[in-house]
Design a protein around this ligand. Structure first.
Ligand SMILES: NC(=O)C1=CN([C@@H]2O[C@H](COP(=O)(O)OP(=O)(O)OC[C@H]3O[C@@H](n4cnc5c(N)ncnc54)[C@H](O)[C@@H]3O)[C@@H](O)[C@H]2O)C=CC1
Ligand SMILES: O=C(O)[C@@H]1CCC=N1
Length: 287
């Protein structure tokens, strides 16, 4: 059966799973103006605070998952990986090929998603939480029956909250370890660098205090990231530009190298890429 085109001007978007990732995407999409909140809905499973979070930016909260699917042309599965199979199977009678299905679940393969849904108009996406402020990184891979127009629609949706790339699904574990989980490593680094500043005599408020948006640690991290994207120079070159001979920076860089920072960061990405969410382990053991 040929997939019925979804109108970019009027389609309705539904989230199954009203958690942190769904909120980051929905919040960013509404802020960007690509979809008005009236065209987005979700349902709250157990935590009533999630209703408040979504309603705070105008997204409607329906009574249950079925009501969300019924009202939506595009359905994003944003529950934890171990819950995806159950919700897709429960909703299967309503998931006709007229609807475009999307999953953001880490580690859950298109092959399985398509089998549970009964069709392959499915797109697997790996976003990250900076989507909430329009700075997300999203990678997507199309299932068998997803059309080029479907790909463009989802690309535009996630493009409204950051940058979007397409990749072979084979790369998805690595992409999850790098860009899905990656912001957490940087948050950790920001916190640790600020603590280093405090240890070296920088007042806490100046390093990373209660008025976080105005702290020196944030500005140097933002500045460094912007230089990588805007200068066109390799980060190694930018590092060399700061590290004067006999200078202060090279003393700090020496400590980082002695502690194995590069190896530790590489190991973190590889460990996250290899980590299998419980759903995937259960799936493998049932084969
Ligand atoms: N948090 C992140 O940075 C990223 C998360 N993801 C993926 O996004 C998905 C969601 O992750 P988070 O938002 O972090 O988790 P979360 O725990 O914040 O959200 C999941 C939500 O699903 C709800 N839920 C549980 N069972 C349900 C059911 N049967 N029906 C409807 N809702 C149900 C929960 O109440 C919760 O609000 C996961 O599959 C994860 O792999 C992907 C990229 C980044
Ligand atoms: O930690 C997790 O499992 C999810 C997937 C990528 C980021 N958070």
């Amino acid at each position: 059966m040929e997939a019925i085109p979804i109108s970019p001007e009027s389609y309705k978007l539904g989230f199954i799973g009203a958690g942190k990732m769904a909120e980051s995407i929905a919040r960013g999409v509404v802020q960007s103006g690509v979809l008005p909140p009236q065209r987005i809905s979700t349902a709250v499973h157990s935590n009533p605070n999630r209703r408040i979070a979504f309603e705070s930016f105008g997204v409607g909260v329906r009574s249950n998952n079925s009501a969300v699917v019924e009202a939506s042309d595009v359905v994003i599965f944003s529950v934890k990986p171990q819950v995806v199979k159950d919700v897709v199977l429960q909703l299967k009678p309503m998931l006709s090929e007229k609807k475009l299905l999307v999953s953001v679940a880490a580690g859950v393969k298109l092959k399985d998603l398509q089998e549970w849904a009964g069709h392959s108009r499915f797109i697997r996406v790996m976003p990250n939480t900076p989507s909430a402020i329009g700075e997300g990184a999203t990678v997507m891979s199309l299932g068998g029956a997803a059309t080029e127009e479907d790909g463009e629609l989802i690309s535009k949706l996630f493009g409204s909250v950051g940058k979007v790339w397409r990749a072979d699904e084979k790369s998805f574990d690595g992409i999850t370890g790098l860009s899905g989980s990656g912001p957490a490593y940087i948050f950790l680094a920001i916190e640790a660098l600020a603590d280093g500043g405090v240890a070296a005599g920088v007042p806490r408020e100046l390093a990373l205090g209660s008025s976080i948006t105005n702290c020196s640690c944030i500005f140097h991290v933002l500045g460094a990231a912007s230089m990588v994207t805007k200068s066109g120079k390799h980060p190694g070159q930018l590092k060399d530009d700061i590290a004067s001979y006999y200078g202060t920076t090279i003393a700090g860089v020496h400590e980082l190298e002695k502690g194995g920072l590069r190896g530790i960061l590489m190991n973190a990405v590889v460990a996250a890429a290899k980590a299998k969410p419980r759903a995937v382990l259960e799936l493998a053991s049932s084969l």
